[in-house]
Ligand binder design. Structure first.
Ligand code: PLP
Length: 446
């Protein structure tokens, strides 16, 4: 009944509509730790934490308890016109304590897309407040994913996010995705490749005109683009170019935030300090919708200095700083401290990496294995010796994902890349089981 109703009534996110009518949904009815259970009682190890978000698994009781307590105390309130609530202030304090951006402010939203839209609007507002409203283009990167709102999609460098939408021109210009394995010249070192990408960025800025560009947005590790890890010196080089041209650097920490890369934030792992950063997903362990933007004091002061002239800061959502969401997120961060999330991501990440190397190295479908913290990407290839790509029509990644499901594991394919982003509560034995099931799926497809 669930299946039929879903097909009848529900337009799914990021899903092929006709294929869904034929295949039907995977209907999940409960979670237990790192597992989810479908309507027929089958248990799956969730190797993706849902959509890179359920950091504490799928049934963390403490999150449920604080949500219930907050709902009984003050179930909802807004933060327009000077209103606040103790839950959102506590969350601002918890985020500020771990944020690399010191002394600025925290703005609340409900989704990663809204947080990224907010960063762009803040960059525009900042430049308007400085008397430079013409400085408004945003640089993004091919392969990037920044969300599904009009601006989030415009910022995304994935063709399906643009195809058939006829999006308005939002002044987004694209520079290269830092994928050394795919795009470096033969023999080019990671360092030389990073230097070349920084030079390409410089050339793009010259061509567009620095006076027309407000900001560049980047995920520290590109997630939906295929778990792409930049060369170690990429971000410092990029940041130096941007700083020379008075262009802000916006970090999209929606996936990387809250320990995923082995530091609280991905910018810390990849050696740069953003002017603003967006957070969502792991902020509440995915248990309730909430997102945030941390902005530097420089940006805040420019905006605040102009408030007499510009008036009200005309941005914000009914549920910005929602007390129930904020209480859940604050509790999630408390648990992250208690479990030493950064150390845990590093330890379990090393364990996962060793297991992947042991089980998959030399497999006829496996090219490069990449990982940082508790986040891994596995490049599939038609020929490990040459790295030759599969014909996309074969949909090899999708076949592997389906076979994984049959073996009781949820992973995600992005074309020829497989992503793993398990909850931090996963135990080594469960990592072994996840990797074994992935190996079995690869064997099925090979
Ligand atoms: N930014 C990144 C890096 C993401 O991976 C996502 C979602 O997957 C988003 C932004 C958009 O977040 P949301 O779906 O919460 O709007």
């Amino acid at each position: 009944a669930l299946r039929a109703l879903d097909i009848d009534l529900h337009l799914h996110s990021q899903t092929n509509a006709r294929a869904h009518e034929e295949r039907g949904p995977l209907a999940l009815v409960r979670g237990d730790g790192v597992h989810v259970v479908d309507e027929s009682g089958r248990r799956y190890i969730e190797g993706m934490a849902g959509l890179w978000c359920a950091s504490l698994g799928f049934d963390e009781a403490r999150l449920a308890e604080v949500a219930a307590r907050q709902m009984r105390t003050l179930a909802t309130y807004h933060t327009f016109n000077h209103r606040t609530n103790d839950a959102c202030v506590a969350l601002a304090e918890a985020i500020s304590a771990i944020s690399p951006i010191k002394g600025g402010k925290i703005f609340f939203a409900n989704s990663g897309s809204e947080a990224n839209d907010t960063m762009v609007k803040l960059a525009w507002y900042y430049n308007a407040a400085r008397g430079r409203p013409e400085k408004r283009k945003i640089i993004s990167r091919t392969g990037a994913f920044h969300g599904s709102t009009v601006m989030g999609a415009a910022l995304s460098g994935l063709p399906h996010m643009h195809r058939a939408f006829n999006l308005p021109d939002q002044g987004v210009v694209f520079t290269a995705c830092p994928n050394h394995a795919r795009h470096a010249e033969p023999g080019e070192s990671r360092e030389d490749y990073a230097t070349r990408l920084a030079a390409e960025l410089e050339a793009l800025i010259q061509a567009e005109g620095a006076d027309s560009i407000a900001a560049m947005i980047a995920e520290p590790v590109m997630g939906a683009g295929g778990v792409i890890l930049p060369p170690e010196t990429y971000f410092p080089k990029i940041q130096a170019v941007l700083a020379r041209h008075d262009i802000l650097l916006l970090a999209d920490e929606v996936i990387c935030g809250f320990g995923r890369t082995g530091n609280w934030f991905g910018s810390q792992t990849f050696g740069f300090l953003p002017d603003m950063m967006s957070m969502a997903k792991g902020l509440s362990s995915g248990a309730i919708p909430i997102a945030a933007v941390a902005l530097s004091d420089r940006i805040y002061q420019a905006i605040a200095d102009q408030s007499a002239e510009i008036g009200v800061f005309g941005h914000g959502f009914t549920y910005s700083g929602h007390p129930v969401s904020a209480a859940v997120a604050t509790e999630a961060i408390r648990i992250y401290h208690e479990i030493d999330v950064v150390g845990r991501a590093r330890r379990l990440g090393a364990y996962l990496r060793a297991a992947l190397d042991e089980a998959l190295a030399g497999h006829p479908l496996v090219g490069e294995i990449r990982s940082v913290g508790l986040l891994a990407g596995i490049g599939l290839t038609a020929d490990p010796a040459t790295g030759r790509e599969f014909d996309p029509a074969l949909r090899v990644g999708a076949q592997v994902e389906r076979r994984c499901l049959a073996h009781g594991a949820i992973i995600r394919n992005m074309g020829d890349n497989i992503a793993l982003c398990p909850p931090y509560v996963i135990e080594p034995g469960q990592i072994d089981a996840l990797v074994e099931r992935l190996r079995a799926a690869l064997d099925d497809v090979a």
